[in-house]
Design a protein around this ligand. Sequence first.
Ligand SMILES: Nc1ncnc2c1ncn2[C@@H]1O[C@H](COP(=O)(O)OP(=O)(O)OP(=O)(O)O)[C@@H](O)[C@H]1O
Length: 516
Amino acid sequence: MALSQTDLTRIALDITANLSNRDRFSRLLTTLRETLDCDAAALLSFQGHQFTPLAIDGLSADVLGRRFIVNEHPRLEAIARAGDIVRFPADSILPDPYDGLIPNVDGDLKVHACIGLPLFANEQLIGALTIDALDPNKFDQFSNNELRSISAITAASLNNALLIDKLEKQANNFTITSSKPSGQLDTATEIIGQDDAFLALLNEVDVVAATELNVLILGETGTGKELIAKAVHQHSPRAHKSLVYLNCAALAESVAESELFGHVKGAFTGAISHRSGKFEVADKGTLFLDEIGELPLNLQAKLLRVLQYGDLQKVGDDRSLKVDVRIIAATNKDLKSEVLAGRFRADLYHRLSVFPVVVPPLRERPQDIHLLAGFFVERYRQQLQLSHLGLDTAALSLLKQYDWPGNIRELEHAIHRAAVLARSAGVHNGMCMIQPQHFEFASHHDEKALPHKAIGIKQSVTSLPQMNLRDATDQFQRQFIEQVLAQTESNWAATARSLQLDSGNLHRLAKRLGLK
Ligand SMILES: Nc1ncnc2c1ncn2[C@@H]1O[C@H](COP(=O)(O)OP(=O)(O)OP(=O)(O)O)[C@@H](O)[C@H]1O
């Protein structure tokens, strides 16, 4: 027997230690790695055809943020189906999901020892433990029965943790679903983040969601305000009703009032039929007013009236209409200064800011960078149909050094672009690796605190030659808009005027370029 009673007792004690789940699982994995003398180990939970890493040891930090959809990863699929320990032959042709993800080991993991231990509770698969070693004979000394004992102890611990999570409604695996129009399938977006401040925010979301209070979501661009707004709605008693979205920055002045409140036939030239506004569509549900700081003053007065009395008038109609709508508003502006500057009504501000929620910028959540990076790497691995996509250690540390003025959206775009460049650089040993040079900011990352706006257009044009025309044009537009935005202190309406663009068009362009 290769495993002693003491080893098993040590494993059992580790998981009963009075620690948070996260710490308990990391400790368990460290003990397992030492006991089994393996090079990498991972504990994953299983839900809805997906494995989610809960703790990893010996693997690249970004693995924690990856979400492994079972039918995309043949080894994990084999573990999920097996019902018992799976020992993969050292030369198994099934690709290993961790290929290239063991730091300091060349991308090629092809011949190595790998065992999967499915974890069950009441005959239901709740997770898996995977152990990998570079020496192909490493695990020969352990009998299946010994491995089953480890599996049973781990499964019991995981099951307990999941039950506690459920009871406490812990918010660290918040998932929100978004209904796509025209009968498309619902997609789920997980809100990734384990930083303490971020978990506190998710807790606030849970608390306020249960009430009828209006919510004001504050935070820099790209921090995830829209995702938080969806989470508030989906955790609220209105979840079964609509969540209606309106971007106040994209409202063309001529139709803004009708967009919000609707119009009756003949109200103005072109009003050939009755039209419901967003408020009416959101009746009994939630209206999400994104970029509320951009709402023109005349409409602020009308919005205030609906919030005060719950009734509205359609354009061209004298009658008023009662609506029951919960408002969630979001802005990346400092609304208090907007009030002081006379650009935002104080009374509306007070109505909206009953429950302000502040989403922290990514640079204040440094521990979440590798999670989010892993999450997006796996997303673009799938989208680009690559069998393996890794982020090398230097690239990951570069991501951690950068200050992310465009926050999570910028990180997502950076990973997408880097994945495309890594793919074009070629696949080696079945592995595609994202490296520091695949990030746009790599060349000036020493100037960490340097905001985007300070990067001279001329300077970056000289570093464009390996791009195609479209990417180069996008980059130029992005930087040009950023410079004008900097001059207007992030006032989108003023930026649109300066660029002589319609604000709706600027909004769409900025979204496409990843600026919004
Ligand atoms: N915690 C998170 N986990 C996973 N994805 C996230 C998270 N936060 C944001 N994202 C993703 O980042 C992108 C930007 O998020 P979102 O649109 O919610 O930001 P925002 O703060 O509303 O931006 P803006 O102020 O520019 O409208 C989206 O693709 C979103 O899905």
